[in-house]
Design a protein around this ligand. Structure first.
Ligand SMILES: Nc1ncnc2c1ncn2[C@@H]1O[C@H](COP(=O)(O)OP(=O)(O)OP(=O)(O)O)[C@@H](O)[C@H]1O
Length: 264
């Protein structure tokens, strides 16, 4: 593992109104690491990522990316970043070709270069026949693949993926997992959030668990296993986050659903 520091968060806090969402997050991430950033709904994962991308302001603490404090306002670092958001506004009226050429150009590629690279990448996902179709006609998984391609066109050094496997079928998941592994082997750093625990378990070489805006576990899967009684990452997650009454919650939920049901 390389010891070049790519990301450094020091005492990161963030509030929305009176609500404290991040409670002093400290992290150092090194080149070539694949970080699985996990946590319950609302833990603050997307907020952390959006702050690092400069999409949310008003945080306290320090964020250094590639050694630069991002508060200085020099956004050159963004050119070396790729991002797949959790929910994306894709420009539905554009064709895949138009959208990808446009995003490639935003990151400094020439239009010819962006289009050629986009086409070649679409082809690897068997999407070449829809290259000139509007995104509005794409299925969820097809759109997700376009977003993944769009985040990688400029060959970024640091990738932020928020639930990158959303909507992808089993074969595509295997391909993306392999792509992430190969990118990391080439020195790319990957920071991704996902709720799909078996995938996080398999592909991350470091797992960070955030609960209520605090890092409560940080280590390789083997290290987390050694610190906890449970076996799979899903079980470790449930053990640490203290949610072990799934059955009772489900029973209550179904009870409420069936309340007063005289609907025939
Ligand atoms: N723009 C906003 N204004 C007010 N509150 C917000 C805003 N964005 C996020 N929050 C709140 O911050 C908390 C953390 O949200 P965040 O989206 O970071 O969680 P998450 O860990 O990514 O969750 P999930 O797993 O559900 O995607 C939530 O309580 C959310 O309601």
């Amino acid at each position: 593992m390389n010891n070049e520091k790519v990301l450094c968060l020091t005492d990161l806090t963030m509030s929305f109104g009176n609500k404290r969402v991040l409670n002093g997050v400290n992290l150092e991430v090194y080149k070539g690491q694949i970080i699985g950033y996990i946590g319950p709904n609302g833990a603050g994962k997307s907020t952390t990522v959006k702050i690092m991308l400069g999409l949310i302001e008003g945080y306290h603490g320090t964020i250094e990316i590639f050694g630069e404090n991002i508060a200085r306002g020099d956004f050159a670092y963004k050119r070396k970043i790729g991002y797949v958001p959790e929910t994306a506004e894709v420009y539905d009226n554009l064709t895949a070709c138009e959208y990808l050429t446009f995003t490639g150009e935003l990151f400094g590629l020439s239009s010819v270069e962006a289009e050629k690279k986009a086409f070649n990448l679409m082809k690897e996902f068997n999407l070449e026949s829809v290259f000139h179709q509007r995104l509005s006609s794409f299925s969820k998984g097809m759109r997700q693949k376009v977003l993944i391609i769009s985040s990688l066109l400029h060959d970024p050094d640091l990738l932020f993926f928020d639930e990158p496997l959303s909507g992808l079928d089993a074969n595509s998941v295997m391909i993306i997992k392999e792509i992430l592994n190969q990118l990391a082997a080439r020195g790319k750093t990957i920071f991704y959030s996902s709720h799909i625990m078996d995938v996080v378990e398999k592909i991350s070489n470091r797992i960070i668990l955030l609960v209520e805006g605090r890092v409560v576990a940080d280590g390789t899967f083997a290290e987390l296993q050694a610190q906890n009684k449970e076996g799979t990452l899903e079980e470790i997650f449930n053990q640490i986050t203290g949610i072990n009454n799934h059955k009772e919650i489900a029973e209550k939920f179904v009870g409420i659903v069936s309340e007063g049901s005289n609907h025939g």
